[in-house]
Design a protein around this ligand. Structure first.
Ligand SMILES: [Zn+2]
Length: 529
């Protein structure tokens, strides 16, 4: 009996002795040495090494000496969590450019789709298509209220019947079951603009049951921006879910300064327990359709055919023009036809980059505001265009950026390099915050900026295994030189990648290094769990 015990103990000892060294010498796949770790929580940076095994951060320590298949000395560059962009239109481009170079090259490793009330309905086939696509970037989606309303009752200005409302509830529920991160609304757009708040709240309650959030392109970002923020808060408060103001901005010179009031409302709501947050892009121009921006909502009801019919009726046309003049003078148009620039017209690519003043001149008219409105009507008649609108103040931008409940979101897309004249936000948002608002203007600290780009949006979306650098988290990582990082895309020359990033890692694999995309396609579809 005693002999047997000795044998058993000896065997266990041998097993233990052989097991421990095996575990110790199993090499890491990747070791990032000598970095300044900005971990995504907002805490000050610290010096350390990060070891990755598979798709996971295996260890973080002041010095890691164990072997790794690949070791990179970062020479003191910043190691941050890969950035998470909570508000993108990435389905414009992801299937053409699955490497999403414009995002990866500014440190973004996850993009969220389905914003502004607009998403594929149902969501599952779209997510399955994305899943089958070899891609560099992670992608998730919201389910869009506008798309659901459009599918159920069309782009019309009326309330739904009880049966239609039920159908919409079912579609929201289906979207959430398919993996949506919440309900998005675009109450500025047709048909979102025809939706009573109470109806949005009914649908928000469905998303709430599945742990989703609500995010909104609000009804108005100009003269009624304060009322719109109130509505967004009400949707969260009465819908029983986190609510979120997308791309918060104040449009129109006459409205500048109102971010004081909107942020005050958000602070008050948070104090009484409403979970409301914000995202923002760091530019003083917005981008959307010319028709959406410069036509009154009533003129857009019922789809394109109806719009064209109204434009043919002289008295309705005059009414639309009067409203367009007002919108150019005191809202999106920034008070000057030069402040509205065409990003893209599918029917005439040569118009990209021209302003409404240019279009008026091309049509043989002086570039007055009245003629610019006429030019806008003409553009819509021809087929419509995406526009860029310079009408935001820097003071409001910085005030919103400093707010602790503000995160960064590009509102961008995945452009085909060199094609059309997109808003530079698609290429530059994250790098611009780091270059202009951290390094140059010192509006916020580096750690705060990184928190707004990673840990904060991850927490918001419930991506509990991303957004922070810590062992056990997925290895989505951006490495950059804080002295060199900068956005290169401008309104005149938007097709330019950000600079200063040296390595971008997605799910443990390097997708960008040495100034070029690699062949790795480790991007995943993310689902709300
Ligand atoms: Zn939007």
């Amino acid at each position: 009996m005693r002999k047997l015990t000795v044998v058993v103990v000896a065997t266990l000892l041998i097993l233990a002795l052989t097991a421990i060294p095996t575990a110790q010498i199993q090499p890491y796949d990747l070791l990032l040495r000598n970095g300044r770790i900005v971990d995504g929580t907002g805490s000050p940076w610290y010096r350390g090494d990060i070891a990755i095994r598979g798709d996971t951060i295996a260890r973080i320590a002041p010095t890691i000496t164990e072997p790794a298949a690949r070791v990179i000395d970062l020479g003191g560059q910043v190691i941050a969590p890969g950035f998470i962009d909570i508000h993108t239109h990435a389905r414009r481009g992801i299937f053409d450019v699955p490497t999403a170079d414009n995002y990866i090259r500014q440190g973004v490793t996850t993009v969220m789709e389905g914003p502004d009330g607009s998403s594929p309905v149902p969501l599952a086939p779209f997510l399955a298509r994305l899943d089958a696509l070899p891609k560099s970037i992670n992608i998730g989606s919201f389910i869009g209220q506008g798309s659901i309303r459009s599918a159920v009752i069309g782009d019309v200005d009326r309330k739904p019947t009880a049966k239609e409302l039920d159908k919409m509830r079912t579609l929201v529920e289906q979207g959430m079951k398919d993996g949506a991160f919440g309900l998005s609304t675009g109450l500025f757009y047709v048909p979102g603009t025809f939706t009573p708040t109470a109806e949005v709240i009914e649908l928000a309650k469905v998303a709430a049951r599945y742990g989703g959030m609500h995010e909104s392109h609000m009804c108005d970002e100009a003269s009624s921006v304060v009322e719109s923020v109130k509505e967004t808060i009400a949707i969260g408060e009465q819908g029983g879910l986190p609510t979120h103001v997308s791309h918060h901005k104040i449009i129109g010179v006459g409205n500048w300064g109102r971010s004081v009031d909107t942020l005050h409302l958000i602070d008050e709501a948070r104090v009484r327990g409403v979970d409301v947050t914000i995202d923002q892009y760091p530019y003083t121009a917005s981008s959307t359709g010319i028709q959406a921006a410069l036509f009154p909502a009533w003129a857009q009801e019922g789809g394109r055919e109806q719009v064209l019919k109204r434009l043919k009726d002289p008295s309705l046309r005059a009414k639309i023009k009067t409203e367009s003049v007002r919108l150019i003078r005191s809202e999106r148009g920034g008070g000057d036809p030069k402040n509205v620039v065409i990003a893209r017209c599918e029917w005439d690519t040569s118009l990209a980059g021209k302003s409404l003043a240019d279009v008026a001149r091309l049509r043989g008219m002086d570039p007055t505001i009245e003629n610019a409105a006429e030019a806008a009507l003409w553009l819509v008649e021809q087929g419509g265009c995406q526009g860029i609108f310079h009408a935001i103040s820097e003071v409001d931008l910085e005030r919103i950026l400093r707010h602790p409940a503000t995160m960064i979101g590009s509102d961008g897309e995945i452009p085909i390099f060199g094609k059309a004249n997109p808003h530079p936000r698609s290429y530059g948002t994250f790098a611009r915050v780091l270059a202009v608002y951290v390094r140059e203007k010192k509006t916020i600290t580096l750690e705060e900026a990184v928190r707004k780009m990673s840990g904060f949006p991850a927490q918001r979306l419930g991506l509990l295994d991303r957004g922070i650098l810590r062992p056990g988290m997925r290895a989505d990582i951006a490495v950059f030189d804080p002295a060199k990082v900068r956005d290169m895309a401008t309104f005149d020359k938007p097709h330019a990648y950000a600079e200063g990033f040296s390595y971008i890692i997605v799910n443990g694999q390097i997708v960008f290094e040495g100034g070029a995309m690699t062949t790795a396609r480790p991007g995943r579809v993310l689902y709300k769990r």
